[in-house]
Design a protein around this ligand. Structure first.
Ligand SMILES: Cc1cc2nc3c(=O)[nH]c(=O)nc-3n(C[C@H](O)[C@H](O)[C@H](O)COP(=O)(O)OP(=O)(O)OC[C@H]3O[C@@H](n4cnc5c(N)ncnc54)[C@H](O)[C@@H]3O)c2cc1C
Length: 384
């Protein structure tokens, strides 16, 4: 039997760990001490993020209250931004340099990803990153305030969004739905079509939709510099910009480089099919930060959610000394892309393209059901 002193530490309250905590609240690990380390108390749910920007969901509806979830799960909540981990000693460091006194026996990382800001001059100073989400939402608040200050009939506000994946497209449409007429939007994307990885019919539909909404799409262009007034592109042209949103390829946290854990070529944690870090027993990772060996998956909240059941099963198996089980992700998942007009696009390689109100209602129901689990857990703690 496991000794009562063993300690499971979850780092980052992303989608996967939120669901693991929910599962551990329902079915606790025998004799465990459980801790969540998170740099936020309210964890945003990505599925509702564009809908929140589009004014469809209140902030509280799309955030998970992590301290309350921890209470449900019987876990300690430690508020800290982890800035280092030594896999040899097991020591976690918080920003500022001091070590967290946690001594984990098992540890799991679900710290997400954020767009790379240092590759292009001026982005760290001027661009609003799509992650961490609190920074994105603070930037969006500044945009709305600037729009509210604009004189009627004056020059429009100029917004540039960089990155034409699903996140960039949804964010652009969501912002545009809230600022029609008063704002000029440019969406810059390095590829020949928006939404890489989606089928060409969906790409065309979305490109046409953006054009119909007055959003200019600049395909095959890369940003080479951002300044306080303009966004310079690699063809020598530049776009006047009051605000620049940076929604480019996700990158992993830099501090993992010094962890001693195996990383892939981009710096994400290499994990096996059991979500255990390559060559390290008792150390796990899931969600965007994890890269499963030989299974290239897009960085998406859907996969972060789907990794929760196998992660919880394997944390439990590791805890009990049982064999771990392999997670076999679906290669193609159904995507529902909200278009902030009461509709959503259904995207899956072999399905006919559908852009409809029914699709939005479907997406809305899935997302609300996801969040309801946490509300119900919270209620059960309050009524105990
Ligand atoms: C604009 C936008 C819209 C998107 N829309 C969708 C969508 O509709 N559907 C979809 O499937 N995906 C969407 N995505 C992608 C999705 O956001 C990510 O794939 C998903 O959030 C990854 O989940 P995760 O659990 O790995 O990490 P996250 O959800 O990013 O959570 C990581 C958590 O760890 C915390 N953390 C990070 N670093 C530290 C640290 N050092 N110390 C302590 N805590 C830390 C963070 O604060 C955060 O709470 C969107 C992305 C963007 C940018």
């Amino acid at each position: 039997m496991p000794s009562s002193t063993r300690h499971l530490v979850l780092v980052g309250g992303g989608h996967t760990h939120a669901l693991v905590l929910l599962a551990l609240g329902k079915n606790p690990l025998p004799g465990s001490r459980l801790t969540l380390v998170s740099d936020v108390e309210s964890a945003p749910y990505s599925g509702m993020l564009p809908g929140h920007v589009a004014g469809l969901y209140e902030a509280a509806e799309m955030h998970i209250d992590l301290p309350r979830l921890c209470r449900y799960a019987g876990a300690d909540f430690v508020s800290a931004h982890v800035s280092g981990y030594d896999s040899g000693t097991g020591i976690l460091q918080r920003e500022g340099g001091d070590a967290l006194d946690l001594r984990p026996d098992f540890i799991s990382f679900n710290v997400g990803s954020s767009p790379q800001l240092d590759a292009v001059a001026g982005t760290r100073r001027w661009a609003i990153p799509s992650k961490p989400v609190p920074e994105l939402l603070a930037g969006w608040t500044r945009v709305r305030e600037a729009a509210a200050r604009m004189a009627p009939g004056g020059e429009p506000l100029r917004i540039v969004v960089v990155g034409g994946g699903a996140g960039g497209v949804e964010l652009t449409l969501a912002m545009q739905s809230q600022l029609p007429g008063t704002t000029r939007f440019d969406l810059v994307h390095g590829g020949d079509h928006l939404l890489p990885g989606h089928n060409p019919r969906v790409q065309r539909l979305v490109e046409d939709l953006l054009a119909a909404r007055g959003i200019t799409t600049r395909l095959g262009r890369r940003v080479v510099e951002v300044t306080g007034e303009e966004t310079r592109l690699d063809d020598g042209s530049s776009l006047e910009s009051d605000f620049v949103f940076w929604v480019t390829q996700p990158a992993p946290p830099r501090w993992l480089r010094h962890s001693g854990l195996a990383l892939n070529e981009k710096g994400f944690l290499r994990v096996g099919p059991t979500l255990e870090c390559v060559g390290r027993s008792g150390i796990f990772a899931a969600g965007d930060v994890a890269s499963i060996e030989d299974v290239p998956l897009p960085k998406s909240g859907v996969y972060a959610v789907r990794m929760a059941a196998p992660l919880e099963a394997n944390l439990r198996a590791a805890w009990l000394g049982n064999p771990l089980v392999a997670y076999r992700p679906q290669r193609h998942i159904l995507s529902l892309i909200g278009t902030a007009d009461g509709r959503a696009v259904v995207s899956r390689p072999w399905l006919p393209t559908l852009h409809s109100r029914i699709a939005w209602r479907w997406k809305d129901r899935i997302d609300r059901r996801f969040m309801r689990q946490f509300v119900e857990a919270d209620r059960s703690v309050q009524t105990d």
